[in-house]
Design a protein around this ligand. Structure first.
Ligand SMILES: *[C@@H]1O[C@H](CO)[C@@H](O)[C@H](O)[C@H]1NC(C)=O
Ligand SMILES: *[C@@H]1O[C@H](CO)[C@@H](O)[C@H](O)[C@H]1NC(C)=O
Ligand SMILES: *[C@@H]1O[C@H](CO)[C@@H](O)[C@H](O)[C@H]1NC(C)=O
Length: 154
């Protein structure tokens, strides 16, 4: 009996390490922002998923209206969300971590399925881009892993 239990455990461990070896791909991320003289502020994020899913380009725009003093976040993919945490502000740049989450269609163990993936990577956003000097932006690559938390925004 105990022998059977232990060989079962062994199989579970083997299955778990096989799952951990799956390559879930990555996102190429561009994050930019700016402000108008009239006080509007916007942030744009574009994330290209590299995996098996065809054309999973996620884009979101965050917009602050000085007129109504409210914010709107609009994304093209309802399964996509993102979060910037632990920002460290310097004079000409911000260093921060960006976390993404998206449900993509990929092949796992030979079967096409919808899988929610997530990942975190550092990103540096440089200031003073754009004609009026109010812009900022940066790029990074986020490795995807099977995931995660609940939705982060929206
Ligand atoms: C991400 O960027 C790298 C480096 O510029 C490039 O080689 C790669 O093709 C890009 N991948 C996607 C999915 O855009
Ligand atoms: C912002 O406020 C305006 C005016 O009250 C309203 O029309 C608009 O829907 C609001 N936007 C959001 C995102 O709440
Ligand atoms: C994945 O989800 C999309 C959107 O809900 C759906 O159209 C598609 O059929 C799903 N794919 C699989 C393999 O379940």
């Amino acid at each position: 009996m105990s022998v059977r239990t232990s060989s079962c455990l062994h199989l579970l461990v083997a299955a778990a390490s096989f799952a951990a070896a799956t390559d879930y791909g990555y996102w190429n991320v561009t994050y930019t922002g700016g402000a108008s003289a009239t006080g509007y502020r916007y942030h744009d994020i574009t994330a290209f998923y590299s995996g098996y899913s065809p054309d999973r380009r996620a884009t979101c725009r965050w917009l602050y209206s000085p007129e109504f003093r409210n914010e709107t976040l609009t994304c093209n993919d309802p399964s996509f969300s993102y979060e910037l945490v632990d920002s460290q502000r310097r004079l000409t740049y911000v260093m921060t971590d960006i976390t993404l989450q998206q449900t993509v269609e990929i092949v796992v163990v030979g079967k096409l399925q919808n899988v929610t993936l997530g990942g975190t990577a550092p990103i540096t956003l440089k200031y003073n881009l754009g004609a009026n000097g109010r812009g900022f932006g940066g790029e990074t690559v986020v490795q995807a892993q099977k995931c995660c938390k609940g939705r982060m925004n929206g």
